[in-house]
Design a protein around this ligand. Structure first.
Ligand code: SF4
Length: 359
């Protein structure tokens, strides 16, 4: 474990990595001025989101919410709508709560100490380290799954990175390697290495630090990190009912506290065993409105994923006779179709509404 035991090697590693970063770094908008607000938003957005995709959302977000105050003052629905399509919507709700906390506790200035950053809603140890090092150039390690993977290979660690001792060992090493004059550059260089070269499939042939990599020397890269088990996905078939009355459509707000809390959706549910998607749509409408519906045209089938679920979603137009009076339940409301762009919907539902030209 040369990097851990030889300070000369460690210094050369840092210099080599940072020189490579200076040559290849991608010109993301949050790298323009390292404004703490911009760095914070980018770090939250890039959790679970590819950087190029995150950059598109980031530009639009900064146009809608140019500063902390604008996030604090916005309605939760506006914040969720700006987040629409990024998934993991608790991140957006936490952004709003953190913006309010920064206004109340810090007079609207993003806090600079690690303890204050860490105390903000939605900011964990990694994100706090990333903000401290990138926005404020403080020597705080930012250790996420990418950094764990890189160092599991660099040090050829034969134990899972989920192991607390492995995490501590790597965090200690990152802290020891952190150059006093350039924490910002070092943190980003590691992130860039994980994104561009030492990803899930390592591209050792074009790695700038392969000479320091013990797994590369030992021929064990494919086995590092140790103990990674392939994810098991759960497949779900679901329906969404499009019930229109005049210029309005039936939608409902998801309850607080659960998945996609505060987001909006078309009435729907999962297709049960032995049931056709059409029957499931009829059952859903009956349950939500007390009405019998004629299931019409399927407007499309979209596929989307969240956590370990892979959902196939069927969208159906559902006709209800004008004479029937609805007894709405489950939070369903008739909403003008023209207002739908202002309502936050999850990715699958949004894809259906886009097919109708309603989003
Ligand atoms: Fe990762 Fe391969 Fe570089 Fe080692 S040599 S750090 S495994 S890309």
């Amino acid at each position: 474990m040369t990097l851990e035991s030889d300070s000369g090697e460690a210094r050369r590693f840092v210099e080599t990595l940072q020189a490579w970063f200076d040559r290849v770094k991608r010109p993301f908008p949050w790298r323009a001025a390292y404004d703490p607000y911009a760095v914070w938003i980018s770090e939250i957005m890039l959790q679970q989101t590819q950087a190029e995709r995150g950059a598109r959302y980031f530009i639009e977000w900064m146009r809608r919410f140019p500063d902390i105050r604008s996030v604090a003052m916005a309605q939760e629905r506006e914040v969720l709508a700006a987040w629409e399509g990024l998934g993991y919507y608790s991140r957006a709700r936490n952004l709003k709560a953190a913006a309010v906390a920064i206004m109340e506790r810090h007079g609207g200035r993003f806090p600079e100490s690690m303890a204050d950053i860490r105390s903000l809603p939605g900011v964990g140890e990694y994100t706090a380290g990333a903000i401290a090092s990138i926005a404020f150039n403080l020597p705080e390690p930012a250790v996420d799954a990418n950094v764990l993977r890189i160092f599991a290979r660099l040090c050829d660690i034969d134990a899972p990175t989920a192991d607390k001792r492995v995490k501590t060992r790597i965090a200690d090493l990152v802290r020891a390697l952190m150059p006093a004059d350039s924490p910002r550059r070092f943190s980003q260089a590691l992130m860039e290495l994980g994104a561009l070269v030492c990803g899930k499939r390592a591209e050792c042939g074009r790695c700038p630090v392969s000479e320091f990599c013990v797994a590369f020397a030992n021929g064990t890269v494919a086995e590092r990190p140790a103990g990674i088990v392939a994810k098991q996905y759960r497949r779900i078939e679901a329906v969404a009912a499009i019930v229109v009355r005049g210029d309005r459509v039936l939608v409902r707000r998801r309850p607080e506290g659960g998945l996609w809390a505060g987001m909006w959706e078309l009435p729907g549910g999962t297709v049960e065993a032995g049931e056709s998607p059409e029957s499931a749509a009829a059952r859903v409408v009956r349950g939500e409105t007390g009405l019998e519906a004629r299931i019409g045209e399927c407007i499309g089938v979209v596929r989307h994923g969240y956590t370990v679920h892979r959902v196939t979603l069927h969208g159906f137009f559902c006709d209800i006779d004008a004479g029937q009076s609805a007894n709405l339940s489950g939070g369903c409301v008739w909403t003008p179709i023209r207002d739908l762009p202002r309502y936050p919907f999850s990715a699958g539902q949004r894809k259906l509404l886009e097919r109708l030209g309603w989003k």
